[in-house]
Design a binder for this molecule. Structure first.
Ligand code: IZC
Ligand code: ZN
Length: 418
């Protein structure tokens, strides 16, 4: 057989489930293959087999995995990729104990990023997004979700969505777009958030027609939007043909998780303070729980999502960075994997499901990403690690050796010159 790319000498291969999402106790069951090779043609995986068989192949390019760990490219199903400015000046407020929702109430937080995003040109926003995408790629991420939500007016929300589209076209990482116009209440609508939501909902038809987003999302939180408002907004979104997501139970347990299960949301995200009833409903629904433990860490809370109970009850769980300029400022999904191990008490097997196959399903990409199987995109990471237990264990650093996207090398670790 002749292939474009042959990856040989794979020490440990995690192919991940071809049928997902993987729920409950099955998340702890991982197929681990040894001494394998992968053949790639036209950006797709066309062959997986024992390394001995691969020796008979010819290839345009051969990559020797040197007996390292090989997995699907990571999928980050919750990011706020496109934004202007940064919020490092709010760090001292946080240190003084000013809560996240109080900073927002005072016009900072999300609203500070909204002001910076309004000021930034399309070119500036795109350049910044590409910079962050490069860094994500270096950490082994090959598919992400990216939200708007730092415009809160028609013009700026559209500008953000157009930048998401441009970034998707320019960068090899695949970006799935989400309209998060309902991310905060602009000061002018403080007393009339219903009217603001009507304005955002009035954009659905245009966003659909221009194909600028697949998902609609809302921040269901104290001082932002209620469960009743969220239900109405997302029902309207569904009537326009969007799949929906919810920022649910991040800080206060309002019941966003229950709502997500009730209305058939593709995912409920955050879940830090989800109630017992929410866990039960999530477990008995098709909704994927996307846990963002880096945000809990970054906000200085000790109330982590009850991932163990969710998985034991039968839920499908994904994890994500929540990359954004305020509440989780990192592109490093590997670090989030360590926090999931240390704080959510998820097993390595569960964590790998959560950043590959389940993450892909949480953004409707289960058919192309998150799995190493014949016919899937050749999105593959070779890790500087002997096995899959090693990545969550050795924390805070970048373990990628080679990151392959659609069969092309996207990132390669450079050596130190000595
Ligand atoms: O910019 O603070 N939670 N939205 C809801 C965020 C965090 C992002 C931000
Ligand atoms: Zn978010």
């Amino acid at each position: 057989m002749h292939v474009d790319l042959l990856i040989t000498n794979i020490g440990e291969l995690l192919p991940m489930a071809q049928q997902g999402p993987v729920k409950g106790k099955q998340m702890n069951e991982l197929t681990v293959l040894h001494d394998m090779a992968i053949g790639v043609k036209d950006g797709k995986i066309i062959w997986i087999g024992p390394r001995q068989e691969g020796k008979g192949f010819t290839a345009e390019k051969t990559v020797d995995a040197e007996n390292k760990l090989v997995t699907p490219g990571l999928v980050d199903p919750h990011t706020h990729l496109v934004f202007g400015g940064s919020r490092e000046r709010e760090m001292s407020l946080k240190q003084q104990g000013v809560p996240y929702l109080e900073i927002l109430k005072q016009g900072g937080g999300i609203l500070s990023t909204v002001a910076s995003t309004k000021q930034a040109s399309d070119e500036e926003l795109l350049k910044k997004a590409l910079f962050h995408l490069d860094r994500m790629a270096s950490y082994g991420i090959t598919t992400i979700e990216g939200k708007s939500g730092y415009g809160l007016d028609r013009e700026t929300e559209l500008k953000q969505l157009e930048v998401v589209r441009a970034a998707n076209e320019k960068h090899p990482i695949d970006i799935v777009s989400t309209f998060l116009g309902a991310h905060a209440i602009p000061p002018a609508y403080k007393e009339n958030s219903d009217l603001f939501l009507d304005k955002m909902a009035a954009m659905f038809a245009e966003i659909k027609e221009k194909d600028l987003a697949e998902f609609v999302d809302i921040f269901t939180e104290t001082g932002v939007f209620t469960v009743a408002q969220s239900r109405k907004f997302l029902q309207t979104a569904k009537e326009h043909g969007f799949a929906v997501k919810i920022h649910a139970d991040e800080i206060d347990p309002l019941g966003g998780t229950e709502l997500a299960a009730d209305i058939g949301a593709v995912s409920a995200d955050h879940l830090a303070v989800t109630s017992d009833e929410g866990i039960e409903k999530l477990a008995n629904s098709e909704t994927i729980g996307v846990i963002l433990p880096g945000t809990t860490f970054y906000l200085g809370s000790n109330e982590y999502a009850r991932a163990r109970e969710m998985i034991d009850a039968g839920a499908a769980i994904a994890i994500a960075t929540d990359f954004n300029p305020g509440s989780c400022v990192t592109e490093n999904l590997q670090l989030i994997m360590s926090i999931a191990a240390l704080r959510l008490k998820m097993s390595p097997a569960e964590i790998w499901h959560a950043v590959t196959v389940n993450a892909a399903h949480a953004i409707h990409r289960g058919d192309v990403a998150g799995t190493i199987a014949v016919g899937r995109n050749a999105d593959i990471v070779i890790w500087d690690a002997p096995n899959h237990l090693y990545i969550p264990y050795h924390y805070g650093v970048n373990h990628t050796n080679t990151v392959i996207k659609n069969g092309n090398v996207l990132y390669e670790r450079q050596g130190i010159f000595r």
